[in-house]
Design a protein. Structure first.
Ligand code: NAD
Ligand code: MG
Length: 392
């Protein structure tokens, strides 16, 4: 029986994870569930999955959750705060941690799980973008098993040899990172200037949380994923090509020096990579429908349009600059996406905020989590100030 802590249980990845877990009650048990705002959903999840602990952000939310559970036969103990998040991510009873908090908030609890040698199912790409070097060193030091849940990285992982350590020694020449192109594929920057948050969040193939949906629409998501892939697979940005593939059936590919290209295909449903991560190296049923290639009928591929989607170029540049440039990119993007969702800035201004923040700050090479948090904070401060200058 694998005992699991699910960080970010109430989100899109969290719900999909609980759906897969519930299909295999003799293989997986829930130790802890965490959530931020959707307390009724979290209360229901605690009852349905018999969580021993639930963690929310503050004391008020904890009282509210306790009140929701009062009078039910649910025995879940409710905790709150960052320290409690780290405790349930690192508790001795826990085998596996699904890291599915969105954004920079996921970094510290995910690192707590890494440092205690848990099996990590990594959906929170932002923690690798912010602190990839520290994160990967901690994985090595603790002997954590790190399995990628992001569909592209999970696909690449599946296409690499089982004993993969480095591209050169495995005959890998390139990683080909799939991108759907998002809802605005083929649009000019001018056409995108007026789009609303709801339009940006209406992804053609995937159903996801709002932040990653906006990132997918701006192609910042692909930029973050490029940085994520560099750390996960120990490659340089030059060894990765982004391939726009609008059907989202090929989730990514690995090109080998002998001319072979291996791909992983499937319906666009996150339960496949989640089930893969949970059961690896075995396979379990995930609830995802079989892929029908006759329904798919055709697979198209395009070059990404860096002019209309400047966020992808900014991420390439931050990856090349290294140091804390990716952490600054990530923080500025989070602030800008929130401002866009709050209708304070337009969609095209997300790139403008990130660009202004990257060019307004000096880069450094943080050697601790505190150092990374400092870079994150100064980028948030800079972006927030800039937004007050440019908002409607
Ligand atoms: P979501 O917005 O649906 O859910 C986010 C979860 O994080 C929720 O449970 C929320 O309560 C929690 N959370 C938010 N802010 C928090 C905070 N400050 N402190 C503690 N908890 C907080 O997001 P999602 O779409 O499930 O994405 C989660 C992560 O997985 C992101 O890093 C995203 O990039 C990654 N990811 C998602 C998908 C997808 O299909 N949804 C695919 C690949 C990767
Ligand atoms: Mg992805």
């Amino acid at each position: 029986m694998q005992s699991i802590t699910l960080l970010g249980a109430t989100g899109s990845i969290g719900e999909s994870t609980l759906d897969v877990i519930a299909r295999h009650p003799y293989k997986y048990s829930v130790f802890a569930l965490t959530g931020n705002k959707q307390l009724s959903k979290l209360a229901l999840q605690c009852q349905q999955h018999g969580a021993q602990f639930a963690v929310v952000n503050d004391a008020a939310a904890a009282s509210e959750l306790r009140a929701l559970l009062h009078g039910t036969d649910c025995k879940t103990e409710v905790l709150h705060g960052l320290e409690a998040l780290c405790q349930v991510a690192s508790a001795v009873q826990v085998d596996t941690v699904m890291a599915a908090i969105v954004g920079a908030a996921g970094l510290v609890p995910t690192m707590a799980a890494v440092k205690t040698g848990k099996k990590i199912l990594l959906a929170n790409k932002e923690s690798l973008v912010m602190a990839g070097g520290l994160f990967m060193r901690a994985v090595k030091a603790s002997g954590s098993l790190l399995l990628p849940i992001d569909s592209e990285h999970n696909a690449i992982f599946q296409c690499l040899p089982a004993n993969y350590e480095q591209a050169d020694t495995s005959g890998v020449s390139k990683l080909l990172l799939s991108a759907s192109g998002g809802p605005f594929r083929g649009w000019s920057a001018q056409q995108m200037a007026e789009v609303t948050p709801d339009q940006a969040c209406a992804h053609p193939n995937w159903s996801m949380g709002r932040k990653i949906s906006v990132d997918s629409a701006s192609l910042m998501n692909k930029g973050l994923e490029l940085i994520e892939a560099c750390w996960l697979f120990d490659v340089s940005p030059k060894q990765i090509d982004v391939v726009v593939h609008p059907q989202s059936v090929i989730h990514s590919l690995v090109q080998y020096t002998d001319g072979s290209v291996l791909a992983q295909l499937g319906n666009p449903d996150m339960r496949t990579p989640i089930a893969h991560g949970l059961a690896w190296p075995e396979r379990i049923e995930s609830g995802v429908a079989d892929l029908n290639l006759f329904d798919v009928a055709r697979l198209d591929f395009e070059q990404p349009d860096l002019e209309s989607f400047p966020c992808l170029q900014l991420a390439f540049d931050a990856a090349a600059a290294a140091g804390d440039a990716p952490a600054i990119l990530n923080a500025a993007n989070e602030v800008a996406v929130q401002a866009f969702l709050d209708k304070r800035i337009g969609f095209s201004q997300i790139a403008q905020v990130v660009d202004n923040t990257l060019s307004g700050l000096d880069f450094s090479e943080p050697d601790s989590l505190d150092g990374v948090q400092d870079s994150d904070q100064k980028a948030r401060y800079h972006s927030a100030n800039y937004i007050t200058e440019i908002e409607y």
